[in-house]
Write a protein that binds this ligand. Structure first.
Ligand SMILES: [Zn+2]
Length: 82
């Protein structure tokens, strides 16, 4: 997961922000997640990513993410705001 995201930045080093858009896996609403490199790794804003296989992930909007706290989440520290 982290490796995949890092690769996105390696493939596009000129970008400081990568945006992933898709549908929330729970409610189906449009979800846009901004991924920014941080000193400690990568930061996410606008939603959450869940790893479901080594190179695939599902997205959740913030609302469903909060509702699904019982599920295994990607490290919470990756979700901090800048
Ligand atoms: Zn949702």
């Amino acid at each position: 997961m982290i490796q995949m995201l890092r690769k996105m930045f390696e493939d596009s080093p000129e970008k400081s922000i990568n945006v992933l858009s898709g549908k929330c896996s729970d409610c189906g609403c449009e979800t846009i997640i901004e991924i920014t490199p941080t000193s400690g790794g990568l930061g996410l804003q606008g939603g959450a990513l869940f790893k479901c296989s080594p190179d695939k992930y599902i997205m959740k909007c913030p609302k469903c993410f909060k509702a699904g706290q019982h599920e295994k989440i990607w490290k919470e520290r990756s979700l901090h705001n800048n």
